[in-house]
Design a protein around this ligand. Structure first.
Ligand code: FMN
Length: 190
């Protein structure tokens, strides 16, 4: 059966490097995998009232329900994220909070997660990635170990056609996807 991978981009910008990286990385998934971008742009800002059974006049937004159902129907999630002010962009944190409730049915629970961070500077979104790992640490999500995927100086990695041209980086990302799919294979959600 096809394994669904949700790809979540930590940037809303039209010309986002993270989005370009995500599009390319999606093509590295082998047969038997369906990796698709799950848009987080239209998720209303997280408000626990929507999930609080005691608050009856604020129904759960349909965008929350759709997002949670998509994650629950996935065998893995791949984050490709930028870094904002040394942490993850607010749009991504919002998506993580939405997936984290209700406590009785957490959409992230046991979902294998790959993480690729990038930045225009040299540090490859190090802080963003570490902060993302911290936010996810509550949900028992298996993640690949080493090497971690930090892509520094992203504008210089991506050529005219929006593609990563460096053979070394392409190989690195192909290997990362390979290790991630192995993790998905060995950690089926039960
Ligand atoms: C509000 C804001 C904060 C930023 N903070 C950081 C940062 O902490 N570290 C960093 O490397 N780049 C930072 N940048 C630069 C981003 O890495 C750069 O805009 C990058 O292109 C964003 O990723 P994207 O192309 O995927 O949208 C910041 C940019 C913005 C707009």
């Amino acid at each position: 059966m096809t394994k669904n991978i949700s790809v979540i981009i930590g940037s809303l910008r039209r010309g986002s490097y993270a989005r370009k990286i995500a599009h390319q990385v999606i093509t590295y998934f082998p047969d038997g995998y369906e990796a698709q971008i799950v848009e987080i742009r239209d998720l209303p800002l997280y408000d626990f009232d929507y999930d609080d059974p005691d608050v009856t006049d604020k129904p759960t937004p349909k965008e929350y329900t759709r997002f949670r159902e998509t994650l629950k129907a996935s065998e893995g999630v791949l984050f490709v994220t930028a870094e904002n002010n040394r942490t993850i962009p607010a749009c991504l944190k919002n998506a993580i909070d939405i997936g984290s409730k209700p406590n009785s049915d957490v959409a992230w629970k046991n979902l294998p997660a790959g993480i690729i961070s990038h930045s225009v500077g040299r540090m490859g979104g190090y802080s963003s990635q570490k902060n993302l790992r911290l936010a996810l640490s509550y949900f028992d999500m298996p993640t690949p170990g080493q090497p971690e995927a930090f892509l520094g100086q992203s504008p210089s990695l991506i050529g005219e056609g929006g593609l990563i041209t460096s053979e070394k980086t392409v190989e690195f990302l192909q290997n990362y996807v390979h290790r991630f799919t192995e993790l998905v294979h060995t950690h089926p959600r039960g």
